[in-house]
Design a binder for this molecule. Sequence first.
Ligand code: 13P
Length: 288
Amino acid sequence: MGLATLKEVLAGTRAMGYAVGAFNFNGYEDAQGIVEGAVAKNAPVIVMASVSAVKYIGLRQTAGLVKGIAESVNIPVCLHLDHATDVALIKEAVKAGFTSVMIDASAKDYETNIRETKAVVDFARIYGCSVEAELGKVGGKEENIVVADASATFTDPADVTRFVEETGIDALAVAIGTVHGFYKADPKLDFERLEKIAALTSCPLVLHGGTGVPVEDFKRCVKKGISKINVGTELKATFSDAVRKAVAANPESEFDPRKYVGPVKQACAEVVKGKIDIFGCAGKAWRV
Ligand code: 13P
């Protein structure tokens, strides 16, 4: 089918009450596994490369890898650059074929966030690429971006309308109490705030920090207007666990690397299938 844009995969999510899963990957095995999980559920899927994943794999390699995977399946696959702060890198990603990018200027003041985001949108439009931006600050550690608990701030609904209208973004990441990484205690999500934000804009809303969010909280978020849910850390842990198990299960004489990293595909696919069922996007591939 080839790559789809974020705008395409999120169209109709609010109206039909489901969210599309967005999963971070770091190499071939987890990227392939994520897409295989989505194929098994006939769901659209967003595969996300963080800036450090792009630096690890290579920008063109990342784009080529996911483009090849997308072309070999019959579901819509969106290739998204996650949490980028460097506009030069974003432009390179757009040119390399990413179909969605996140400009994360959430650490900057409101006016700068608007200005930088709008500049990225204007550039991305030329290539038909979608753009996500963030208002408020999601706490925790996302690769190189660390937001201490004290400086995490929830999205102010008063900022939303102007931000969405002036920037022309395709999706808005909101900070409502989730954090990146593993939770020390169950997150306390501000559903009232989410409801207020959703009432102010029809722009698809994004929930970051999906790892460890209880199932019922996910479902409430989707019901109240979340269209895209990011899951990263859980897949990293799944990748590493699968390799550890494979190393333990094979004799030292086994030197075929596929015996060690191959099981990552199935393990990641299983995690993705579970999330797709919770997010309600199984069987929605036809919509795009
Ligand atoms: P987690 O690593 O907490 O799942 O968050 C992922 C994320 O939001 C990526 O942007």
